[in-house]
Design a protein around this ligand. Structure first.
Ligand code: MRU
Length: 347
């Protein structure tokens, strides 16, 4: 099942530092960034060297170990160390996993960097296991509703091995469907402006030998309305207690088209992405990114000089449009009223 895909490690601890697969240069180059200081990590998170909610959670957790090692090396006092950890925690606002990953290992800080790294490794291992379970639950749920036909699946952004500790959430479901011989074609939305779909999802699907096409984001609604997709499967950056779901900008358009066409919108996300402290989508902070990402590509300006841009990185799909939320413990049929806040979250 794509031996290579099992080797994709977005985030890895090397024993004395953090190694990130540099997602800004994929698929052209496979390069790693070794992170030994907080400034480099915060910059890497902001530039999307590491990205995707669960991968951010794991990077944040290992980032606490990076901060502790740097504090020791450079003789920081506690206040400076805590401020540095706070900067990691807040490097990007939307995916709850980042802050949650930091918070999860903070109690281990008193035991030192090695204990924190061990705690972060536990989070990483849990995420891989969780993704496998998400894949199986998601595939079961989809196949129970679509019968015997080969499936055409639409996905948006990248919720694959690169966005997690391994395997993937939405792409984990796709990988599982493929392993069961049920994928006819994946429509990968290119995902403007940073092309996570065209660059990263396509790279993963290529390596896994899963048939796919890349399409412009603007094609998604039409693909769905023309009956060319049987189901859309996407990831999430934060799911509110009522089931409202933040994901990459453009996900809402996919969701609206799914509703109009009467096909299911499946959100695949671990419980670590569910934020029960947030009642609904209005309370999910939405990151706004630099204008240059919209106004040009690869250093080349595509808009006139002086053009301004609006660049929200995420949107919120209301719970009523989320047919199913697939977690590592099973499937919640959110639009039918089974919301995360009313379900048992595993401890
Ligand atoms: O800006 P990004 O690339 O970090 O956005 C990522 C997404 O929107 C993913 O769909 C989401 O984090 C889920 S990853 C399993």
């Amino acid at each position: 099942m794509g031996g290579m895909t099992n080797d994709v490690r977005a985030v890895e601890w090397t024993g004395d530092g953090l190694r990130l697969l540099d997602q800004t240069v994929l698929p052209g180059r496979v390069e790693y960034l070794d992170v030994r200081d907080v400034d480099t990590l915060v910059d890497a998170i902001r530039r999307l060297v590491v990205r995707g909610a669960p991968a951010l959670g794991v990077a944040g957790a290992f980032g606490v170990a990076v901060a502790l090692l740097q504090a020791e090396r450079e003789g920081w006092d506690r206040a400076r160390r805590n401020a540095a950890i706070g900067r990691i925690r807040e490097a990007r606002p939307t995916a709850v996993n980042l802050a949650a990953g930091v918070d999860r290992v903070l109690p281990l800080a008193i035991e030192g960097a090695a204990a924190v790294a061990a705690g972060a490794q536990e989070l990483l291992d849990e995420d891989v296991r969780g993704n496998r379970a998400i894949g199986a639950f998601g595939a079961d749920w989809i196949l129970a509703r679509t019968g015997d036909r080969p499936l055409r699946v639409l996905t948006h952004c990248n919720a694959g091995a690169l966005a997690t500790a391994g395997w993937g959430t939405a792409l984990g479901v796709v990988r599982e469907l493929h392993a069961r011989g049920r994928i006819e074609l994946v429509y990968a939305d290119e995902t403007r402006p940073l092309l996570q779909g065209a660059r990263l999802t396509a790279w993963e699907l290529e390596q896994a030998g899963i048939p796919y096409v890349v399409q412009a984001d603007a094609a998604a609604a039409s693909t769905i309305m023309r009956g060319l997709a049987d189901v859309a499967v996407i990831g999430a950056d934060r799911v509110a207690a009522n089931g409202d779901t933040a994901n990459k900008i453009g996900s809402l358009g996919v969701a609206l088209a799914c509703e109009a066409a009467g096909i299911p919108l499946v959100v695949a996300a671990p419980w670590s992405t569910v934020d029960l402290a947030v009642p609904d989508g209005d309370n999910i902070p939405i990151e706004e990114r630099p204008a240059e990402e919209i106004l040009g590509w690869g250093g080349v300006k595509t808009a006139p000089a002086g053009a301004a841009a609006f660049n929200p990185a995420f949107d919120v799909t209301p719970a009523r449009l989320v047919t199913a939320l697939v977690t590592e413990t099973g499937v919640l049929e959110v639009s039918a009223g089974v919301t995360p806040g009313r379900s048992d979250r595993p401890s």
